[in-house]
Write a protein that binds this ligand. Structure first.
Ligand SMILES: Nc1nc2c(ncn2[C@@H]2O[C@H](COP(=O)(O)OP(=O)(O)OP(=O)(O)O)[C@@H](O)[C@H]2O)c(=O)[nH]1
Ligand SMILES: [Mg+2]
Length: 383
């Protein structure tokens, strides 16, 4: 319980109120799905029944929110602008919708001070792209660690890729780590599956990450780690990777570690990691040597003086199986992005979108059309 001290100031809590502590802990991890893709991922997450995580869906599209989405809490934003019909692919509407609902968003995140917030959305549309950075900003202002898990559009979606990149730039102003799942890569890994099953592969990655954090932070370890340890590790370096792996039979620890480190959707170089949290969950038969093996496998791969925190949880029901939860900070990956130190200049290669174009007459009297990418976020939407 020691790790809870700084967060909850137990000294001020009456012992009769101790039962209320769990409720406060429960409110420490939030998963917020924004827009259609975000709502779908939150629905999948709800079905995975991850404990200790509050799932929230936010959308400008009332029908999606009401009829297609499961969440502990739902928030319709931008009703006064769109009438609840979605943003029509315009991030500036998504952004303004969120800005107008700041008080409600603040209310939803009331208990997340110093917590951990996952934001998930599909980049490239209007609501997820425009509203996610606003929600990330509110989360950051509350002192939370903010991890955004977003998808990049399929190649066939054309212009949406540019909108998506701009959305990711905005998100990187506020999120500690932006994890990018490329839908095109998803198609490589799961292209022959049904659309629902293929999308579930992305949701699964998100779910596994969130479950891993919740299990490590709130598990009942023999050697315990707690939420404060998770945050300490995540604050030790720039970009954090969250892995979860399983192994059975011979070499189960090796298999579980490999499973936790390697994900076909995210290629990660862990050699630059500055901190690690390794949490091993095994049955009564797990040996001390196996736990050392897990620790050594990671320690040998990352920086020699890295900060390492480990824990172990024994679960009587587990037979012959080991699960590894791994948080590594300071890793390198083209899919895991750190906060932007300076906001790069606007990509002038953007061309010909009817949504963001500005028409003008050049000095020879010809009509010119160019994209004003700033309008993706900052323009006043035509309603
Ligand atoms: N992995 C995954 N990607 C999705 C899913 N739905 C949509 N996408 C992707 O996410 C992008 C954004 O789509 P939506 O989430 O529907 O857009 P939105 O945020 O609701 O924005 P508007 O509907 O324009 O207000 C799309 O261009 C797709 O590439 C999904 O369920 N899973
Ligand atoms: Mg939508």
């Amino acid at each position: 319980m020691v790790g809870y001290m700084d967060d909850f100031m137990l000294s001020t809590i009456d012992y009769d109120e101790i039962s209320g502590v769990d409720q406060k802990i429960f409110k420490k991890i939030y998963a917020i799905g924004i827009g259609g893709a975000g709502g779908n991922m939150i629905t999948d997450l709800m079905r995975m029944k991850v404990n200790h995580v509050e799932c929230i869906a936010v959308n400008t599209d009332g029908i999606h929110l009401n009829e297609k989405c499961e969440a502990h809490k739902k928030l319709l934003i931008g009703y006064e602008i769109t009438g609840g019909t979605g943003s029509g692919g315009k991030p500036n509407i998504g952004r303004i919708a969120a800005e107008k609902s700041i008080d409600k968003i603040n209310g939803l995140l009331n208990n997340c001070k110093n917590g951990l917030i996952f934001i998930t959305a599909g980049m490239g549309g209007g609501t997820g792209t425009g509203a996610s950075p606003v929600i990330a900003r509110i989360a950051k202002q509350k002192g939370a660690i903010v991890v955004a898990v977003v998808t990049m559009p399929f190649q066939m979606e054309g212009m949406r890729t540019i909108v998506a990149k701009q959305g990711i730039k905005e998100l990187r102003k506020y999120a500690d780590t932006v994890i990018v799942i490329d839908n095109e890569k998803l198609a490589e890994v799961a292209g022959t599956k049904t659309v629902k099953e293929a999308f579930a592969v992305a949701s699964n990655l998100l779910g596994r990450m969130i479950k891993a954090i919740a299990d490590a932070a709130f598990g009942k370890g023999l050697v315990n780690v707690d939420f404060a340890d998770v945050k300490t590790v995540m604050k030790q370096g720039r970009v954090a990777m969250i892995g979860y792996g399983k192994g059975t039979g011979d070499n189960r620890v090796k298999k579980a570690i490999k499973d936790a480190v390697n994900n076909p959707l995210l290629e990660v170089d862990i050699t630059t990691a500055t901190a690690a949290l390794i949490y091993v969950i095994g049955g009564e038969d797990i040996t001390l040597d196996e736990i050392r093996e897990a620790g050594n496998m990671i320690a040998n791969e990352i920086l020699p003086n890295a900060f390492i925190r480990w824990g172990v949880q024994i679960e009587g029901s587990k037979r012959n199986e080991v699960e590894i939860i791994l948080i590594l900070t300071g890793v390198k990956s083209s899919s895991l992005l750190s906060p932007l130190e300076e906001i790069e200049t606007i990509d002038e290669s953007v061309l010909n979108s009817p949504l963001y174009s500005i028409k003008s007459i050049d000095d020879r009297g010809r009509e010119r059309e160019r994209i004003d990418i700033k309008r993706i976020f900052d323009g006043v939407p035509e309603i």
